[in-house]
Design a protein around this ligand. Structure first.
Ligand SMILES: Nc1ncnc2c1ncn2[C@@H]1O[C@H](COP(=O)(O)OP(=O)(O)O)[C@@H](O)[C@H]1O
Ligand SMILES: [Mg+2]
Length: 120
């Protein structure tokens, strides 16, 4: 299967494989994300749930291009983010802006899919 399409031939808005992020504080390392796989289609409404410290904010920072992963791949609208230069990244950010983060407490619509992050 082409990395940029799903089984129906659609290009996912977000495709993430084996994404990992480790924070380093002096001699201490914290595996905030170990291996996340995720595919989100345009117009899909996804909830990411998990206990405090499970990596939700870290993942959202990657999806929003505010931080870069240490491991894994992220395709945003079919483009491999790690291979984008600054100007292409700025353009990719327009796709990112299609990723809305609603306040779930005021959301009227139930998510069509839920993804749970677990602490290890
Ligand atoms: N900037 C940072 N430096 C070091 N550790 C961090 C940093 N941000 C988050 N962490 C750690 O990474 C883990 C995941 O944090 P976070 O993504 O904020 O989880 P959540 O949003 O699910 O509560 C936690 O153990 C947290 O302490
Ligand atoms: Mg958080």
């Amino acid at each position: 299967m082409d990395q940029q399409t799903d089984q129906s031939g659609q290009t996912p808005l977000i495709r993430i494989e084996n994404l990992g992020r480790t924070y380093r504080l002096g001699d201490t390392t914290i595996d905030a994300l170990r291996s996340v796989d995720l595919m989100v289609q345009a117009n899909e409404y996804l909830a990411i749930m998990g206990p405090s410290g499970s990596g939700k904010t870290t993942l959202m920072n990657m999806i929003g291009l505010l931080d870069t992963p240490d491991r894994g791949e992220y395709w945003l609208n079919g483009e491999l983010v790690s291979e984008l230069g600054d100007s292409r990244l700025a353009k990719a950010a327009q796709s990112r802006d299609r990723v809305r983060v609603p306040d779930l407490q005021s959301a009227q619509t139930a998510p069509t899919r839920c993804t749970t992050l677990r602490c290890h």
